[in-house]
Design a protein around this ligand. Structure first.
Ligand code: ADP
Length: 506
């Protein structure tokens, strides 16, 4: 026997037991022996109550089947059934009780009793029908409102919306759809959604649709999925697609939201082209910088040699003024040579970069060893908090970045104040953040950006030596790692240079 059939039979038997036991209870309640003696052995009240409880409990095992299903369901019909039954049951029982009482005590004639019971039942039924229909009307109003609101929202949506069934038949569409695909509403309603998909992509769409109906949930397909739609005139256009299940009482429908991304794709293409152009220009510029600084070295060297020659070979013919001019020329030439060398270094930075696994503590340890001389000379205290796991970075360049920042933190110290420097590292979702904090001279807010530009210095070379290229190098290195660098500072209190890098192996 089929399982469902067996379930129905068992449920039927249980309902029958409940009914017989309930009749017996009513018999006891109204004192009508016929009701509780209809079984072979008269049923005592406790047994009858026990039978009702047990049979009802047993029927709950298959709570969706039979009359139990009617009372346990969650649909509006089930809610109404529960309410109506409980009220009617009590009303009928109470009316019946008083009717029998009146008859037994002979308060009224049997005819009047019957007439009264008819009137009472009519009143009770009418009241219940009135209450039920009022509730049903309210629910119906809400449903209608929801339907109307859905239609308004559907129609007003800025994207094309198409509702179709499992076979792809379009049951509903909004004006945007007709406009986008250049069909009339009538042409599309009832037609198959296949007509809106290019031939070559129909198989793919079919697979997506089948997968959707097998497990109906919201699915989004973005521009990377290379989806296209086709207009009435055969013109194809790129789209983004969202599939949403819409459940009706009979079936699940597919609501397709179609977003035309033609404009966005065009913009993306333009940006991509511009980016490539920019990269090429940048490369050219770097090349130019490299070649020109390289070529400038030679004449500078010649100039320097001639100054030396003049000083040595014509020493006896040079007067004090001439010697001073030669000294100034020599100093200028060597300054220029250093600048050109810095430019050359800046151009070369990252040319031979190599990705390596970096242990932050070891890397900073190396930097501190390299800076040993100036640390000792300035009596600087350097605290390092570097509790992060190993990560991937361009090791040599990263070391140079730390070296520049720590070197600056020592260099730009306040007179008479021992440098206190802290280096910290923290791991954040997808990247790492490092900070170098000092108690030095600080930087005014208006220079927070400019100091990272090449050759930008805030102090004279007499006070603090340098060429203004260190932070430009740091910026280049941070950006090389997909990160950025910035400063937070208070003049007279100190500065914190922070930079981020991506974990390049992720
Ligand atoms: P340099 O150190 O050769 O001058 P940088 O590019 O390293 O060049 O720095 C640019 C300028 O930024 C410095 O001249 C200085 O004015 C300012 N600066 C950099 N680091 C600090 C610091 N830790 N404290 C105060 N000023 C700083």
């Amino acid at each position: 026997m089929e399982i469902t059939k067996r379930k129905y039979i068992i449920q039927g038997v249980l309902h029958l037991v409940t009914l017989i036991a309930a009749v017996a209870i009513i018999g006891h309640f109204l004192n009508i022996p016929l009701f509780y003696k209809m079984t072979f052995i008269p049923m005592p009240i406790y047994s009858a109550i026990g039978f009702v409880l047990l049979s009802v409990a047993a029927s709950l095992i298959n709570h969706n089947v039979g009359i139990t299903g009617l009372f346990t369901g969650t649909h509006i019909g089930n809610i109404m059934a529960r309410r109506l039954f409980s009220k009617m049951f009590i009303a009928i029982l109470v009316t019946g009780f008083f009717h029998i009482l009146a008859q037994r005590r002979e308060w009224i004639s049997p005819e009047l009793g019957s007439a009264l019971i008819i009137v009472v039942f009519i009143v009770i039924t009418l009241t219940l029908i009135w209450k039920t229909s009022t509730r049903l009307n309210a629910i119906d109003d809400k449903k209608r409102m929801a339907r109307d609101n859905f239609s308004i929202a559907f129609e007003a949506a800025p994207n094309a919306l198409i509702l179709s069934d499992r076979h792809g038949t379009i049951t509903l569409l909004n004006t945007e759809t007709a406009k986008l695909y250049k069909y009339s509403r009538e042409e599309l309603t009832g037609s198959n959604i296949r007509g809106l998909i290019p031939e070559r992509l129909q198989r793919d769409y079919n697979t997506k649709k089948e997968a959707f109906f097998d497990f109906p949930n919201v699915r989004k397909f973005y521009s990377e999925d290379n989806l296209y739609a086709v207009k009435k005139n055969g013109e194809e256009f790129p789209i983004e697609l969202i599939l949403t299940p819409v459940k009706t009482s009979e079936e699940t429908l597919l609501l397709a939201t179609i977003i035309d991304i033609t404009q966005r794709k065009k913009q993306e293409e333009t940006i991509k082209k511009q980016l490539i152009e920019l990269q090429v220009k940048n490369k050219e510029l770097e090349q130019f910088n490299y070649i020109s600084s390289h070529d400038l070295q030679e004449p500078l060297r010649t100039l320097s040699n001639y100054i030396m020659l003049l000083k040595e070979d014509y020493a006896d013919q040079l007067n004090e003024e001439m010697r001073m001019h030669l000294e100034t020329m020599g100093a200028s030439v060597s300054r220029m040579s250093r600048v050109v060398l810095s430019l050359l270094e800046f151009g070369k930075l990252g040319r031979k970069k190599k990705l390596a696994q970096v242990d932050c503590s070891i890397l900073i340890g190396n930097v501190l060893t390299d800076l040993g001389g100036s640390i000792k000379e300035s009596s600087a205290t350097i605290t390092v908090h570097c509790d992060i796991p190993d990560f991937y970075a361009y090791e040599t360049e990263l070391q140079q970045l730390f070296q520049n920042l720590i070197n600056n933190a020592i260099k730009f110290r306040k007179q008479g104040v021992t440098p206190q420097i802290t280096v910290t590292a923290s791991r954040l979702p997808g990247y790492y953040e490092f900070a170098v904090t000092d108690n030095g001279i600080g930087i005014p807010r208006q220079h927070f950006d400019t100091i990272f530009h090449i050759f930008q210095r805030l102090n004279s070379s007499e006070d603090f030596e340098g060429h203004g290229i260190g932070l430009a190098n740091c910026k280049k290195i941070a950006e090389m790692h997909g990160g950025s660098i910035w400063v937070e500072s208070e003049p007279g209190t100190g500065s914190t240079f922070k930079f981020t890098i991506l974990n390049l192996k992720n």
